[in-house]
Design a protein. Structure first.
Lengths: 308, 285
């Protein structure tokens, strides 16, 4: 943990030197989003392909209130967390009653419900053009108009989120969720109300997604339609899988790799999703387990060389 | 009145295509036990292939025959070269793979045919309307209804009345038992995937003259196919037809009065049904 923390702090300080502050902020925002998903995917064993439902809903609602009612940054963040959790409670209630492939398909289908609602409700969401004009109000006298100051704010919130998530997965609740992942029937037999715990995981994950959604809207000053589309749901799943869903830090590493790659590739070629697709296929064929797995394999190889 | 009747007919025509999509997906999902996010992209490939082949050969009917077979062959390659190695992997990696494929296919569509959608007219003989007594109705949509009905009937004959269909249904029920009985399960997987791809391809080919071609048509249809499977159940032919018709007709009726909500209603209907029956219309799981 200590070493990981040192690494992350170092990355937070060095990142703005390597990339634009906006992209650096996006990396940590996406990491918060990934932390929320990984509570479901990595710790509870629930593959949700609809996380942008909560991300996007929070971004739209908080963005709308920021834009039209001039609410404070703190209230916007609270709204985002609340909307994320509430929308996750609704979607989760429908999804946790089915398992396996049905579950995956339901999360996607309900994501489409929210997406098409946002797509058609143009008077509020702006439809395909997105909802521009989301302000970034000052908090406690700190002016966020500078990209670097906002980056520091996002980084701080990321560290808090990481700390919270670490506490959650190490708590008794986290252990119960892992028990459900390992053997659902046994967890049920031991006396845990499995659907309720799954729903709870959904709501917590939704709250993290909501926080990420608001931060994203404030970062770019716009809520693009993609924020609530399957594209974002897919991106966060892949970022987490690329990083490695088996560890707390997997989604962090994953969003680092994913955002960096996608931001640099998308400026080079408009059809870069094609390369992304090829990358997915290659990862699945040869590097299952993600970056974390490649790292452990390298380390094992190093150890075995030192011994001989 | 005749307007509503025409809308219901529209709903039945698209509903039959939804049923074909859902049936193909539920065969693949049920037999192979993978989340197939490439199903929508295969549908889009079917539509684009039809238009291209029809324009190249100058013959719609030949294209309608060739395009879905092309998609089925594509499915064969995908299963043989990729999905075959992933049966032991978790759903997360299977999803990553099929979604990667979907990205590759839909981006290739943009690269080959361009990012802007286009329309494709049905053949001369199917243009214009037919007087049904209570309303004038486009001939092509009647043809789609008949063709989709025929395909569903053929699928029913295959699944219920042939030995291979029985093996396929058994594969959905219990794969271990099927392989214990000495049936080559690998062969079954390949055939099921190709068959699912064929159904997606022919649904795409049939819909092209109605809705035109656009690069996003695949992912839009993917969501609908998921709805059909979630409501109708895996490998359930009757379930796919009923679910497809319900959402097709609901969509057409809502579109008549509140066009903006016509896509949302598909998912709203699904959510409403699942609230009352979490296991779907015919599901037991």
């Amino acid at each position: 943990m200590k070493r990981a923390l040192v690494f992350i702090l170092l990355a937070i300080f060095l990142l703005p030197l390597a990339v634009r502050p906006a992209i650096a902020s996006e990396i940590w925002i996406f990491a918060i989003f990934g932390l929320g998903l990984n509570l479901l995917l990595g710790y509870t064993g629930l593959l949700s392909f609809g996380q942008s439902t909560f991300f996007g809903s929070a971004a739209y609602v908080a963005g709308f209130l920021l834009k039209h009612y001039g609410i404070s940054t703190l209230l916007a963040l609270a709204t985002g967390v609340g909307v994320g959790a509430a929308s996750a409670a609704v979607v989760g209630y429908l999804c946790v009653q089915r398992s396996g492939l049905y579950f995956i398909m339901l999360t996607f289908a309900l994501n489409q419900l929210f997406y098409f609602t946002a797509y058609q409700w143009t008077s509020v969401t702006g439809g395909e053009d997105g909802m521009p004009g989301v302000p970034r109000p000052a908090l406690l006298g700190i002016d966020f108009s500078s990209a670097l100051v906002y980056y520091a704010f996002v980084s701080a919130l990321f560290l808090i989120s990481l700390f919270l998530m670490k506490r959650i997965v190490e708590s008794p609740l986290g252990k119960i969720l892992q028990a459900i992942r390992e053997n659902e029937v046994r967890a049920e037999a031991v006396g845990y109300d499995v659907p309720r715990f799954k729903l709870l995981a959904f709501v917590i994950g939704g709250a993290f997604s909501g926080l990420a959604g608001v931060l994203y809207a404030m970062l770019f000053g716009i809520v693009p339609l993609e924020a609530i589309s399957f594209v974002f749901s897919g991106n966060v799943v892949f970022a987490t899988l690329i990083g490695g869903s088996g560890s707390l830090y997997g989604p962090v590493i994953g969003s680092f790799v994913f955002i960096w790659l996608s931001e640099s590739m998308s400026t080079v070629w408009a059809r870069w999703p094609l390369l992304l697709g090829v990358a997915f296929v290659i990862v699945v064929m040869f590097f299952r387990g993600g970056v974390v797995e490649v790292f452990t394999r390298l380390r094992k190889w190093q150890f075995s060389r030192q011994k001989t | 009145m005749s307007f509503i009747a025409a809308q219901i007919l529209n709903g039945i025509a698209t509903g039959m295509l939804y049923a074909l999509m859902g049936l193909g997906l539920s065969l693949v999902t049920g037999v192979l036990n993978i989340p197939n996010f490439a199903h929508g992209a295969l549908f889009a490939v079917g539509a684009y292939l039809l238009a291209t082949v029809a324009i190249f050969l100058g013959n719609f009917w030949l294209a309608l025959l060739i395009a879905p077979i092309g998609v089925a062959l594509l499915g064969l390659v995908i299963e043989y070269a990729g999905i075959r190695r992933l049966y032991a992997a978790g759903h997360d990696y299977q999803l990553l793979f099929t979604f990667g494929l979907a990205l590759i296919l839909s981006e290739s569509i943009i690269l080959i045919w361009g990012p802007i959608g286009s329309s494709y007219l049905p053949p001369q003989i199917l243009r214009g309307g037919l007087d049904l007594g209570f309303t004038m109705y486009p001939k092509y949509r009647l043809f789609v209804m008949a063709a989709a009905g025929l395909l569903v009937f053929a699928a029913w004959l295959f699944l219920e009345k042939t030995r291979y269909g029985a093996i396929m249904r058994a594969g959905i029920e219990n794969k271990e038992m099927v392989s214990l009985l000495g049936i080559d399960i690998q062969w079954l997987f390949t055939v099921a995937f190709a068959l699912g791809a064929y159904l997606a391809g022919i649904a795409g080919a049939l819909i092209a003259p109605i809705r035109g071609l656009s690069p996003t048509m695949g992912v839009d249809m993917l969501g609908i196919a998921f709805v059909v499977v979630a409501l109708g159940g895996l490998g359930n032919l009757l379930g796919a037809i009923v679910a497809g018709l319900i959402i097709g007709v609901a969509q057409a009726l809502v579109a008549a009065y509140w066009t903006e909500a016509s896509t949302v209603v598909i998912y709203a209907v699904m959510a409403a049904v699942l609230l009352v029956r979490p296991q779907g219309l015919f599901g037991i799981r």
